[in-house]
Design a protein. Structure first.
Length: 422
């Protein structure tokens, strides 16, 4: 029995288990328990976190580099990049124009017209007896040339009648004068030394006869003028644009039978923008070269319109194109179009720049001290070779074309601009 008691196993001692806090339990489990998650899940979690970190890093880098060119670098400041990380200077094509005298030129085109047309109106009524070849539509005539002749017989008779009336009135005046002389002589014999009364001397009758003679002479002058008006002519060189005159046709005083224009009234009307007009100021008397086909005519601006066109808001300049009947065929005629080159003012100390040097906002870039600088020049106009601006200090040269990411102070290496790739 003693042996049996000795072989009986001892009951395990049960220790009092006290509750453990979270950290202690985790530590206990860490020492006594094996990890529940398999190794593959932990690797996947680590890879996922790495991918998220990589995407965030790329986004931060993209934002940084997209904002970096817009931030000017301040030399020696807190924002200055270390010398070892400074961006290399960018190449830019530049020109170095020399300030000189440049002339502003404005190009345009316009239509040839006439300042005013003349209606052909006779001053007397009569039947056409003769008609000159120039009286047809398109005919050219010279000043004083007879274009048509009306029948003259009636006007000749009226002139003769008026001249006869003049002779009658002259004779009447002589008669009254003779009567007056006789009356004055008789009165002097009867009343020696006394003044002769007006009625005795017939002074009123003489004045009346003298006035009647002057009236008769005026009627004769009118008859003579009407006879002269039977020959119709114009006091200028011109062209016939409309005509209904025919031999035998009766034309009436004050009623038109055709239309013409004076060659001296031919002019070219050129629409011009207000900015171009300001560059030409004062525009009056500016020299103009009118180009039509192979012909080049020198002219000048006669005047400028007093108001702008209601639709285009353009002004109009009128270029005089004086002509003569001796000009050859092919001269400028109303209705034709022509190109013009208006020679504007000449500006001292100005620069001539290509259009590629002007930026979208009307400014230009130039290089000074190896850095990019911006300038908004005073534009004086333009000509066939470029844009004329007021002269200024251009430094190492004016940039031609665009500079990617251009900002004031950017490091620039200027290289000569080769026009047309030459």
């Amino acid at each position: 029995m003693k042996n049996l008691k000795r072989l009986r196993p001892r009951a395990p001692e049960i220790e009092a288990i006290t509750p453990m806090k979270g950290d202690a339990m985790a530590q206990a489990r860490g020492t006594s328990e094996q990890p529940s998650a398999p190794p593959t899940d932990r690797r996947s979690r680590v890879l996922g976190i790495g991918q998220i970190v990589l995407v965030l890093a790329l986004m931060v880098a993209a934002i940084y580099f997209s904002r970096a060119p817009a931030t000017p670098v301040i030399s020696g400041g807190m924002n200055a990049a270390p010398s070892g990380d400074a961006a290399p200077a960018q190449n830019a094509a530049v020109i170095t124009p020399i300030a000189s005298v440049n002339q502003v030129i404005v190009e345009g085109n316009g239509a040839v017209g006439v300042a005013s047309y003349i209606d052909l109106v006779p001053q007397i009524t009569g039947r056409i007896a003769q008609l000159a070849p120039a009286m047809q539509v398109g005919g050219a005539f010279t000043a004083g040339q007879v274009l048509l002749v009306l029948e003259q017989e009636e006007f000749l008779l009226l002139l003769r009648q008026a001249l006869a009336d003049v002779e009658v009135q002259r004779a009447n005046l002589e008669l009254q004068q003779a009567k007056s002389d006789a009356a004055v002589s008789n009165y002097g014999l009867i009343n020696p030394g006394r003044e002769v009364p007006s009625l005795v001397a017939l002074r009123p009758q003489i004045a009346q006869a003298r006035a009647q003679l002057q009236a008769a002479q005026s009627r004769a002058d009118i008859a003579r003028l009407n006879l002269k008006r039977t020959e119709f002519s114009l006091p200028f060189d011109g062209m016939i644009t409309q005509s209904s005159a025919q031999v035998g046709q009766l034309v009436s005083s004050g009623k038109t039978f055709g239309q013409a224009y004076a060659l001296g009234s031919v002019e070219l009307t050129v629409p011009i923008a207000q900015t171009d007009l300001a560059q030409l100021a004062p525009a009056a008397d500016r020299r103009v070269q009118v180009v039509t086909g192979s012909n080049r005519i020198d002219a000048s601006i006669d005047r400028v319109s007093a108001e702008l066109d209601s639709r285009s808001r353009f002004a109009r300049v009128f270029v005089s194109l004086p002509q003569s009947a001796e000009q050859p065929q092919g001269s400028l005629k109303p209705g034709m179009f022509a190109d013009v080159v208006i020679l504007g003012p000449r500006h001292d100390n100005s620069l001539l720049l290509p259009e590629a040097a002007m930026q979208a906002n009307g400014s230009i870039w130039f290089v000074r001290g190896g850095q990019l600088q911006q300038q908004k020049p005073t534009v004086l106009g333009s000509n066939l070779d470029g844009i004329v601006v007021q002269g200024f200090d251009i430094g190492e040269g004016i940039v031609v074309g665009n500079v990617p990411g251009a900002v004031t102070g950017m490091a620039i290496t200027p290289i000569p601009y080769l026009q047309n790739g030459s």
